[in-house]
Design a binder for this molecule. Structure first.
Ligand code: SAM
Length: 239
């Protein structure tokens, strides 16, 4: 099986899974946000000017919109799942939303900060630089960026790789075709550090937090878009 075709099918499967399986009960089923997630969102907001525009991609049902609004900043949500966006819109009718894959993100350059929380596990390694480039472009120099990376047990990951290989799936190390909507990617943290550096993200603060189940945890990265990246074009986000 061709890897590009397989990845495109995985992305469609994730969209369908969030639309139909997860969206209806996401807010009831999803564990409450961890103290570390909240701390990092608040740090991002502290560094964002008053009334600043905050890109939340992928925003899902808008779990963090309340925190952003409470801090008197303006959230702008992007997600590829219409079902998740519909839930967000029902809760926050005044928050602008935009349906897009992270890989196709094209929202202009008028943002002051961006967060990508509990979503990058859906992004394959070859798309990480592209997604970061697009998010960094949206924020521009001096803007804040918060990204989480899902982590899992290396033995579990090795077993997933072996199993997928036996099924003839074109996986690379770090991918698990059994998780989420049939795809999760768990990059090595040093690789993420390299991708962030290459995207021009500097002054990176890191922390680690446990998931609600021992099979996964989260690594948190909060940085600033540095001088090498994300020149502002003055274009605003889509209305
Ligand atoms: C686990 S939810 C997290 C949502 C939200 N950030 C939160 O913390 O509640 C993952 C979200 O990523 C979205 N997603 C998955 N793959 C995506 C992609 N390639 N582009 C855009 N959104 C994607 C899903 O639709 C879903 O809403």
């Amino acid at each position: 099986m061709n890897r590009n075709d397989w990845l495109a099918a995985r992305r469609r499967a994730a969209e369908a899974a969030f639309d139909t399986r997860y969206a209806p009960t996401y807010d009831e089923d999803d564990p409450p946000t961890s103290e570390t997630h909240r701390r990092f969102v608040n740090l991002l907001l502290d560094r964002c000017p008053a009334d600043g525009l905050v890109l939340d991609a992928a925003c899902g049902t808008g779990k963090y919109f309340g925190l952003v609004l409470d801090a008197c900043r303006r959230p702008f949500g992007v997600d590829q799942s219409a079902g998740m966006l519909a839930r967000a819109a029902a809760k926050f009718p005044d928050v602008p939303l935009h349906k897009s894959a992270l890989q196709d993100l094209d929202v202009g350059a008028g943002f002051d900060a961006a967060m990508c929380v509990d979503a990058m596990e859906n992004v394959p390694p070859e798309d990480w630089p592209l997604v970061l480039e697009r998010v960094v472009r949206a924020v521009g120099r001096g803007g804040g960026l918060y990204v989480t990376v899902e982590c899992t047990d290396p033995q579990r990951l090795a077993a997933a790789y072996t199993e997928a290989g036996e099924q003839g799936l074109p996986v690379v190390v770090g991918e698990d075709a059994r998780r989420g909507g049939g795809y999760h990617h768990y990059p090595a943290l040093d690789r993420v550090r390299g991708w962030l550096r290459d995207a021009g993200v500097t002054d990176v603060l890191e922390a680690h937090s446990l998931g609600d189940h021992p099979s996964y945890s989260y690594h948190h990265f909060l940085g600033v878009v540095g001088p090498r990246a994300g020149a502002r074009s003055g274009t605003g986000p889509p209305g």
